[in-house]
Ligand binder design. Structure first.
Ligand code: ZN
Length: 205
């Protein structure tokens, strides 16, 4: 893949769903979560194989470094199969932590039980700063958690949602005034749910 500035880049996973992306670093968390496959259109789960996971990682790290204002983005080692499995388990944990339901069921693989993450806290003329720390892809996971934490403090994390559809977990960023969106795509998932509800009502009558 050619490197260099000025080339069009986008969040590789979220773009597949044609969604508006979450602002700033939160777009990285959204993209990580959107590596999942969605119910009907079902593009591949980008973390399903080492090859597709590496391809996604290359793209997402480049995109991250192009929008990163915190100086957190860095080059990470090539993924190993262990890293890939850890990312899949972490993705499930993040789904649970943010949206109250896991993505894969049952919990994928020999998951890690509540791994702990240790950010670095520094004091400088810029004030107190929390930064990600950790080896390899643990650094990446820690960064995602810190970005979520920051989004929580700033009140933007609650706008990042998983689609309400039973067959779709796509993660969208709700820009509606009253933060009332529930579908990642009203036409696709909203209509499908309405049709189902209508059929159920008709069947009950
Ligand atoms: Zn949806």
């Amino acid at each position: 893949m050619p490197k260099g500035s000025g080339r069009y880049m986008a969040w590789p996973a979220t773009t597949r769903y044609g969604l508006s992306v979450a602002p700033g670093n939160l777009g990285l968390v959204q993209d990580f979560l959107n590596t999942i496959t969605e119910g009907t259109l079902a593009p591949p789960d980008l973390l399903a194989t080492l090859e597709s996971a590496q391809e996604w990682a290359d793209q997402v790290l480049e995109q991250w470094s192009s929008i990163d204002e915190l100086g957190w983005a860095k080059i990470l080692p090539r993924l190993t199969e262990n890293d890939r499995e850890a990312l899949v388990a972490f993705r499930d944990q993040l789904f649970e932590g943010l949206f109250g339901h896991s993505y894969s069921e049952p919990a994928s693989g020999p998951g890690r039980d509540n791994p702990t993450y240790r950010p670095l806290m520094t004091v400088s003329t810029r004030g107190l700063e929390l930064r990600p720390d950790g080896e390899g892809w643990k650094y990446f996971e820690t960064a995602l958690l810190l970005i979520c934490h920051q989004g929580q403090l700033e009140g933007v994390l609650r706008r990042m949602k998983s689609c309400k559809s039973e067959t779709c977990d796509v993660v969208f960023y709700d820009r509606s005034n009253n933060n009332s969106g529930v579908w990642h795509d009203v036409k696709l998932c909203g209509n499908r749910a309405n049709v189902r509800a209508y059929r159920e009502r008709s069947a009950a009558n």
